[in-house]
Design a binder for this molecule. Structure first.
Ligand code: ADP
Ligand code: MG
Length: 703
């Protein structure tokens, strides 16, 4: 159990000291560090080495091994300076082991050349590779040494820090060294309970920092490289704890508000269920029951519903809205694009209007008199359910009595927008319930870290009757066969997507490529009506192209990844993704979810440009083997790490300094338990942990 400890303001103060405290740091150096986000002593403490160089030993040149970094010492045998193609400097050194190695430089100054007199003694650290004449080290770090220095070595591993523009590695190392000399004593710095650390066999913060920056020569370099060293784990643990606590705190803050308890009989729910053309899946029933329980309470719900594309989240949202309607209150449903919002509108109209429930539609293109009328209906409470886009969140929109705010694909909105919608229902001391939905599942291992501030439900079952999408992986050489396949599918009355992808290119380049593909396919498929949609088109043009496809007026839609979210065209049963090897799993999964939405057997062709990297091969293979979004998310985490996961972009999870969720996910359960203990027993310490790692940059400003 954590010991009570005195408040330790000095610790943050010591860490918060500006860098100008250090000798050699004036305004200019401070500005360069600041450009990298390094502002305080603590920022330097936490700027951890990328790797270490072992200069405590010399390796005989004759004993060098391919690709293994080593330090060697020898005399200059020969110097060669080349100009033929580009400047080049080659310096051969040899030692008593009768081995020789060539140091090769592509950038160098004339003064450097002069240092290398034949016979001069040089010590170099680099990675040997076989060259034209024996071993070569390209751009080793080196020093010309005196005879007295021969064989005199350091006694610590040299940390290699991330480059900071404008500051040389030697200077940076010196500054970090100075900062470490100013580390406060252990008792002042430590926030985690001593007995807990002991139980976990983890070092104190001070010790961990020193171990990271100044590992002993016999330190476990392999553990450090793998991120398994206790010092790393200790730092990662505290950082994860800080993030977890910060989310938990926001949740606690939200819980202090009241919300309207929507605890009616469920009359409207029953009417809707009776009118639906299908029965809910078990997963939908379970998730709706969870939502219903939350809504019945007089405190605000903040629940995320994760469900794969096509799992049927919309109807769950509609049922939740019925609980608000039954109490004479309003529900709002916002979607990130007009197309998606319109899809929701059509669904809700189909389900709810026959029940006499009044729906209002508010999007950017609703203007003038029509807009005024809608705004009046929303403000008077005449509109019971309001569907729309960002337009819903605008200041001028006033609700009569908003009890439930539903946000679809919430990561496509800013947090501020979600909060803006929530605030529309905020009355004295009360806020509306919030239901957020996403089709991008996040791995279970991460959910805890990502969503400590909300409750999560998963619709992990698809409605019956869907034929699974057959996924085929094909080399781009077989493109002509695919064109033929499209022709056949469309001749049978089906529709197809052709997705052009060019990762890391500008919108403009991608648009040009899509345009070219559009023209080529139009020429190759003269009988078909081909549409085009890309990010460079005006919103209205995009909508028009999508609508035409949805209404079956075009057979083939050439598109960029702008189509990825939410679009529902059940008649589309074939998708071809070009350069699939360049996309991440989450994105491939989202794209593939556009087909297989009807009853026809669907297929998705992942076309790649050979040769495939090992990673790309694994990704495509995963896609071929499974269509379960949760499995794919786990695999994505394993292959790429969380920073790139589509679903985590929203969470700010990628911005850890020390922790790496892919590597440190196993620490999360322990982090969670420690968080519970601290919140219960030493909330002041919990606050300090948050302040140390996150400061005031809280993720959800006042969520
Ligand atoms: P998503 O979770 O991707 O938003 P939707 O809510 O758009 O999925 O649902 C996809 C389709 O499945 C819609 O056409 C919807 O009407 C239909 N659907 C939803 N639930 C069921 C169910 N239980 N049985 C059959 N069809 C369903
Ligand atoms: Mg949806």
């Amino acid at each position: 159990m954590p010991r009570a400890r005195p408040p330790a303001p000095s610790l943050t103060r010591a860490g918060d000291a500006p860098l100008t405290r250090l000798s050699g740091v004036g305004q200019a150096v401070a500005a360069k560090l600041a450009a990298r986000g390094i502002l305080t002593l603590q920022d330097l403490w936490l700027l951890l080495p990328l790797r270490y160089e072992d200069r405590t030993r010399l390796t005989d040149i004759a004993q060098l091994r391919n690709g293994e970094p080593a330090q060697v010492e020898g005399r200059v045998e020969a110097v060669e300076r080349g100009f033929r193609y580009r400047p080049m400097l080659k310096v051969a050194i040899s030692d008593e082991s009768r081995g020789s190695v060539v140091m090769r430089f592509f950038h160098f100054r004339t003064a450097q050349v002069a240092q290398f007199a034949v016979g001069a003694r040089v010590r170099a650290y680099g990675t040997p590779k076989p060259g034209q004449h024996g071993w070569e080290m390209v751009h080793p770090s080196y020093r010309v040494i005196t005879e007295q220095e021969a064989g005199v070595l350091g006694d610590a591993l040299d940390p290699v820090y991330p480059a900071v523009e404008g500051i040389g590695p030697v200077t940076l190392r010196r500054l970090i060294g100075q900062a470490l000399d100013l580390l406060p004593p252990e008792a002042e710095l430590e926030l985690l309970p001593a007995d807990w650390l002991e139980g976990q066999q983890l070092p104190s913060l001070r010790q961990a920092l020193l171990d990271m920056h100044r590992p002993a020569p016999d330190g476990d370099l392999a553990a450090l490289a793998a991120g398994r060293h206790p010092a790393q784990q200790r730092l990662a643990m505290e950082e994860l704890l800080a993030h977890h606590l910060s989310l938990r705190r926001q949740r606690i803050a939200l819980q202090r508000h009241k919300a309207p308890a929507l605890a009616g009989q469920g009359v409207q729910v029953e009417r809707l269920l009776a009118a639906l053309p299908f029965a809910l899946t078990g997963a939908q029933q379970r998730v709706f029951a969870q939502v219903r329980q939350d809504l019945a309470r007089p405190s605000p719900m903040l629940r995320l519903v994760q469900g794969d594309v096509g799992s049927g989240k919309t109807v769950v949202a509609a049922l939740a809205a019925m609980l608000a309607v039954e109490q004479g209150k309003q529900a709002a449903l916002a979607a990130p694009t007009e197309l998606l919002a319109e899809q929701h509108l059509n669904n809700l109209r189909g389900w709810l209007e026959p029940l006499g429930i009044r729906i209002a539609w508010l999007a950017g293109k609703v203007t003038g008199k029509a807009r005024e009328r809608v705004m009046a209906e929303v403000a008077s409470g005449h509109a019971q359910v309001v569907v729309g886009t960002h337009a819903l969140m605008q200041e001028a929109v006033v609700f009569h009595d908003l009890a439930l705010a539903i946000v679809d694909e919430q990561h496509r909105f800013g947090v501020h927008q979600r909060l803006a919608l929530r605030d529309k229902g905020a009355a004295a001391g009360s806020v509306p319930h919030q239901l957020v939905m996403t089709a991008t599942p996040i791995p279970r291992t991460l959910a805890m870290a990502a969503y400590a501030d909300l409750d999560v439900s998963a619709i992990d079952e698809l409605p019956p009757g869907r034929t699974p999408v057959q996924t085929i992986v094909l080399s781009a050489e077989r493109r002509p066969e695919l064109v033929e396949r499209i022709r056949i599918a469309c001749a049978e009355g089906r529709q197809a997507y052709w997705v052009c992808t060019l990762i890391d290119e500008s919108d403009e380049v991608i648009a040009t490529a899509a345009q070219a593909t559009f023209e080529a396919l139009s020429a190759q498929l003269p009988g078909l009506r081909v549409g085009l949609v890309h990010g460079r088109m005006k919103a209205a043009e995009k909508q028009a192209a999508m609508r035409a496809f949805k209404q079956g007026e075009t057979d083939l839609l050439v598109a960029t990844t702008v189509i990825e979210v939410g679009v529902d065209v059940p008649n589309a049963s074939l998708m071809i993704i070009e350069n699939a090897e360049r996309l991440g799993l989450a994105q491939l999964h989202q794209l593939r979810g556009r087909v297989g939405r009807g009853s026809a057997a669907s297929s998705c062709v992942l076309m790649y440009q050979a040769p495939l990297s090992q990673m790309a091969r694994q990704r495509l293979e995963t896609m071929r083997q499974t269509s379960d979004g949760f499995v794919i998310a786990e695999k994505d985490l394993e292959l790429r790490g969380p920073g790139e996961l589509l679903g985590t972009r929203q969470t700010g999870l990628a911005s850890f300094r020390v922790a790496d969720l892919a590597r440190d996910a196993a620490l999360l359960p322990r982090v969670q338990r420690l968080a519970e203990t601290l919140l219960a027993q030493s909330p002041a310490v919990a606050d300090q942990v948050v302040a140390r790692w996150i400061g005031s940059a809280v993720r959800y400003a006042a969520a």
